[in-house]
Design a protein. Sequence first.
Length: 64
Amino acid sequence: MNPDRRTVASAHARIDELLLEVKEHVAICSSETKQQNSRLRRVEAILLTSTGAIMLLLLSLVLR
């Protein structure tokens, strides 16, 4: 678009395009955040289980 042909209508058109891009970006980020939270929960469960097993192993060694 020619810079000297800027009008209110062209500004509204650019804003509408940007609004669509932002909405798409928010949707993508939301989906990725849900996936990351799911992975973090899985890692947390693995770490807690491993910690419990290690503690039981150490306790069994101490009580022998």
